[in-house]
Design a binder for this molecule. Structure first.
Ligand code: NAP
Length: 320
């Protein structure tokens, strides 16, 4: 089978498409014929090991797992004799940022993995983008303990996480102010944002409105800059570590303060999250934004594009 393999940390060019043996499922495993995956910032982070901390999970000196791809969608080809949850022919999508493996023609899944049947009528390329942004957005939304009627600002509303966050916050009954570039303002309104701030025209940290929370989905601001626009017990959540990892240590220290504070939740993958995302897709409340597609053979170009920091939503990898 063809697979995109990386054997050392580094730039997109460390990834090569090579032939690997087709995996054979064990008794409790599922063999998935992968039709689509994504190239996302999680894959980029593990490939580049830009943040040294990722090496504690992926291997200190070189990657222990050589095929990335935390999002995948495909058809079950065969299952081990102890698997009852899915059967050959089922069309699945899922997320796995512990074992990855979606950047290949086949991958092995465990019957306990976070997986779901693809919503009726949805293609592999659409379904594959449901999970990564949605998963991180949900993790932060739950950490913020959002309540209907709150007003939350999402910075970077066109990223995979930001575009999911706008739609999910609307589902939870929150008033959303979204920050994006002028080019994508209409797109962000269509996602459901109540107010759109175009960052070229206005610095959102200098406005008069006070928010229950600022969710910086692209990590371009800081707690210090956002403090004036937070209510008394307002929260600041960022998807990035911040200057000198301040979002982590200030989150820990801030636990003991009663006022405005930072949260830096550790994301855990839960079956309930993918079930909720699927339900919201089926009821038309969540639609992952898709920017463009690349073929598996062109994965290096996909990585390079994602690392421009300008993708709008998700970048799909087609594997057919
Ligand atoms: N904590 C984690 O575990 C984790 C996991 C995955 C990702 N991340 C991080 O989360 C962040 C978001 O990732 P993502 O995949 O959702 O999106 P992304 O690809 O990083 O975001 C791209 C989007 O951000 C917009 N953008 C760029 N600069 C902006 C600014 N100053 N203000 C507002 N919008 C801006 C771009 O729009 P324009 O081109 O129109 O400006 C583009 O549409 C990344 O920094 C990534 O490293 C963290």
């Amino acid at each position: 089978m063809k697979a995109a393999v990386y054997k050392k940390y580094g730039p997109p060019e460390v990834v090569e498409v090579v032939d690997l043996p087709k995996p054979i499922p064990g008794d409790k495993e599922i063999l998935l014929k992968v039709h689509a995956s994504t190239v996302n910032r999680t894959d980029c982070g593990f490939r580049s090991a830009e943040y040294f901390i990722s090496r504690f999970f992926s291997g200190l000196f070189r990657p222990k797992l050589n095929v990335l791809g935390c999002e995948f969608a495909g058809e079950v080809e065969s299952v081990g004799k102890l698997v009852n949850r899915f059967k050959p022919g089922d069309k699945l999508f899922g997320f796995n940022d512990a074992r990855f493996g979606g950047h290949a023609e086949y991958m092995l899944l465990k019957d306990t993995d976070v997986l779901a049947l693809i919503p009726e009528g949805m293609s592999y390329s659409e379904a594959v983008a449901i999970t990564e942004g949605g998963h991180y957005a949900l993790c932060d939304i739950y950490a913020m303990n959002v309540q209907a009627g709150q007003h939350i600002l999402v910075n970077g509303a066109t990223g995979a996480i930001g575009s999911a966050a706008v739609q999910l916050l609307k589902h939870f009954g929150v008033k959303v102010t979204a920050v994006c570039s002028s080019t994508h303002a209409d797109k962000v309104k269509q996602l459901g944002a109540d107010v759109v701030i175009e960052f070229q025209k206005e610095d959102f940290t200098k406005g008069n409105v006070q928010y229950d929370a600022v969710f910086d989905a692209v990590g371009k601001s800081s707690f210090g800059k956002c403090k004036p626009i937070l209510k008394d017990k307002g929260l600041y959540v960022s998807t990035e570590l911040g200057n000198n990892s301040e979002n982590v240590w200030r989150a820990i220290l801030g636990k003991f303060s009663g006022g405005k504070r930072i949260l830096f939740p550790i994301p855990f993958t839960k079956q309930q999250d993918i079930d909720l995302l699927k339900e919201l897709v089926e009821t038309g409340k969540f639609k992952p934004l898709i920017d463009r597609s690349y073929s598996l053979e062109d994965i290096v170009s996909a990585y390079k594009y994602v690392e421009t920091g300008q993708k709008v939503g998700n970048v799909v990898l087609t594997i057919d």
